[in-house]
Design a protein around this ligand. Structure first.
Ligand SMILES: Nc1ncnc2c1ncn2[C@@H]1O[C@H](COP(=O)(O)OP(=O)(O)O)[C@@H](O)[C@H]1O
Ligand SMILES: [Mg+2]
Length: 585
């Protein structure tokens, strides 16, 4: 039994408390199918989210089998299925793959056999078995809703909450879905609550809850609704609601409630006697019953299982998206080619000053000029090439991760509610992105080195590779953090692009900055640290050539490594904070 006692959900609007749900009191027995109806904006979604525990109630209490959910802990993620208004499946995956991922993420299965059994069972229950290998993007509206249900049913939830799962469907599909929900409530004593603004097919529900401005205006059998509102057709209920205030509707409902609950009780007895409603045998509450309940509970899988499931799903989505693969490959292969266009000057020799003094002062000046000219030519080319590599890797970084979390935020929030650990999610993202970063940075270093060999001292090239990895890794981590903190993928992309755009002018490699600006901005400019670190690894003569063309001071290798390492860490911490934060609207 699910019971709401005077449950309210209050928000502050313009300094005033507004009750989006106001003292809702409802009792819902096991194996019950209830509709929550009401005009748009009356608080149906808010009520459903309050029941789910997504909106903590501001007043009142919720009970599950007599257990106070706020005091004794919420239902386990596996015990609640919540089908939101939006699609929770990835378009490139098939129906079967979506359900499989959902099962692996939410249910601790003993072996592959149990996994397959669960998948097959929900595909059968939801009528999706015949189209199991179809991609989500080609499914019809009704099939997508079925898939959303299937993905929730994998854990055998005792409470299934559905938000507008029939809206936007044609009448036939709508009826099929309502029928499916009805059937799902007839097994294992499952409670199914379905929010809808449609007043069609109400006869399939056990009870209808009419909500008006957050208040319960009616909760009783569908066949008595027109009688209660004194209208001849259910379609007239909403206009009728508008004829008096919600306080009055609530007041009159509280007066008549008992007789309608009596009728609900009678209907239920008929169902039970006729055998069309099956309830699981409930033993007397004692310790053995509680132990048995504990055993039958579906556990949440461990960190590692969730991590591998999320990671393999990420790679699958990546490879299914041809455009994405093509773009990544094009960037990976073409960006280093761009850099090598500037390789000619970088290979040039730098003349040496001779040890002996020249005979005439003219010759001496000429020699110095030659050396200076060589230094400017080679120094600018080498400094420029390193900076170009660094900037292009920063650009790749923002392309890698700016949309990574923000682009799938709703799905992630939904999965988090279903028991997915933020840590496993972040770990899967980091592993996936680390592969991209490795491929991009190594290929950049190696390819450019073929055409414009890095003129480093001992261990110089290895240092250069390390800095390219660090700048790409640091910017990828920072953009991942931005992605986790921003509300939309567009915001995250824009901010990441700005961040990359400011790298070059603020790095000091092109133009020296005023000291006051420099000391403030430098710590944040990954490009400076990677460039400075790489330049410092050049052999002395080339290093001098570079120094002769720049006005910006270089930092020690150690400092560069620490600061870039700090960027990686800061990005990951931001991503961690962002994914833990509740962000579901
Ligand atoms: N977190 C919130 N903050 C402010 N207003 C909200 C919030 N959640 C919902 N609302 C407002 O509360 C009202 C009820 O919303 P909702 O429950 O989504 O309605 P329904 O699902 O019945 O259409 C709407 O006017 C909506 O704008
Ligand atoms: Mg809604």
């Amino acid at each position: 039994m699910l019971e709401l006692q005077d449950v309210s959900f209050t928000i502050q609007k313009d300094g005033e408390a507004v009750n989006l749900v106001d003292k809702a009191s409802v009792k819902i027995p096991r194996g019950h199918f209830m509709a929550i109806v009401g005009p748009s904006g009356c608080g149906k979604t808010t009520l459903l989210r309050t029941i789910a525990g997504l909106n903590p109630e501001s007043a009142g209490a919720l009970f599950w089998d007599g257990r106070n959910l706020s005091e004794d802990g919420d239902l386990d993620p596996s015990e609640i299925g919540y089908v939101p208004q939006f699609s929770i499946a990835y378009d490139p995956l098939t129906v079967d793959e979506s359900v499989e991922a959902s099962t692996r993420l939410r249910v601790k299965v003993r072996d592959m056999e149990e996994l397959d059994q669960r998948i097959d069972r929900v595909l059968d229950e939801t009528g999706l078995a015949a189209i199991a290998d179809r991609q989500v993007k080609v499914l019809s509206g009704g099939q997508k809703r079925r898939l959303g249900l299937a993905m929730e049913l994998v854990s055998d939830p005792k409470l299934l909450l559905c938000d507008e799962v029939t809206s936007g469907l044609d009448p036939r599909s709508e009826r099929e879905i309502v029928r499916l929900l009805h059937d799902l409530s007839r097994r294992e004593g499952r409670i199914v609550l379905s929010v809808t603004h449609s007043l069609a097919h109400l006869e399939l529900y056990d009870s209808i809850l009419v909500l008006h401005e957050g208040r319960v205006a009616y909760h009783g059998p569908p066949e008595l609704m027109t009688h209660y509102f004194s209208v001849s057709d259910t379609e007239e209920v909403y206009p009728k609601l508008a004829t008096q205030t919600s306080e009055r509707w609530q007041g009159s409902w509280l007066k008549h409630r008992e007789s309608y609950y009596g009728k609900l009780e009678k209907n239920r007895k008929v169902l039970l006697d006729s055998g069309s409603l099956h309830l699981p045998v409930v033993r007397e509450v004692d310790e053995s019953a509680e132990a048995a309940a504990g055993e039958s509970k579906v556990g949440t899988p461990g960190f590692f299982t969730q991590f591998t499931t999320l990671l393999s799903r990420r790679w699958r989505i990546f490879f299914r998206d041809r455009g994405q693969v093509f773009l990544q490959l094009a960037i990976l292969l073409c960006f280093p080619v761009l850099v090598t266009l500037f390789s000619e000057n970088a290979k040039g020799q730098i003349a040496n000053l001779s040890d002996t003094r020249q005979e005439s002062i003219v010759e001496e000046i000429q020699e110095r000029q030659t050396v200076k000219r060589d230094q400017v030519r080679v120094g600018s080319a080498i400094s420029g090439i390193i900076m170009f590599q660094v900037i292009l890797l920063s650009l790749m970084a923002s392309n890698n991760s700016a949309r990574e979390i923000a682009g799938e935020r709703q799905i992630f929030e939904k999965e988090k509610f279903g028991g997915v650990r933020p840590g496993a999610y972040i770990a899967s993202k980091v592993t996936f992105l680390a592969c991209l970063v490795l491929a991009q940075s190594l290929w950049m270093a190696v390819f450019v080195n073929l055409f414009a060999p890095f003129r480093g001292g001992a261990g110089g090239f290895e240092s250069h590779v390390l800095f390219l990895l660090l700048v790409n890794g640091g910017m990828t981590a920072v953009c991942l953090g931005i992605s986790a903190l921003m509300r939309t993928a567009e915001q995250a992309s824009l901010l990441s692009i700005y961040l990359v755009g400011f790298q070059l002018p603020l790095s000091g490699a092109v133009l020296a900055l005023p000291v006051a600006v420099e000391s403030f901005t430098r710590p944040f400019i990954s490009a400076y640290w990677a460039w400075s670190g790489s330049v410092s690894a050049l052999e002395p003569k080339v290093l001098n050539a570079v120094k002769s063309v720049i006005d910006t001071s270089l930092s020690s290798r150690q400092a560069c490594i620490y600061i870039l390492g700090f960027h990686v860490a800061a990005g990951l911490i931001a991503a961690w904070i962002g994914t833990r934060r509740h962000q579901w609207d």
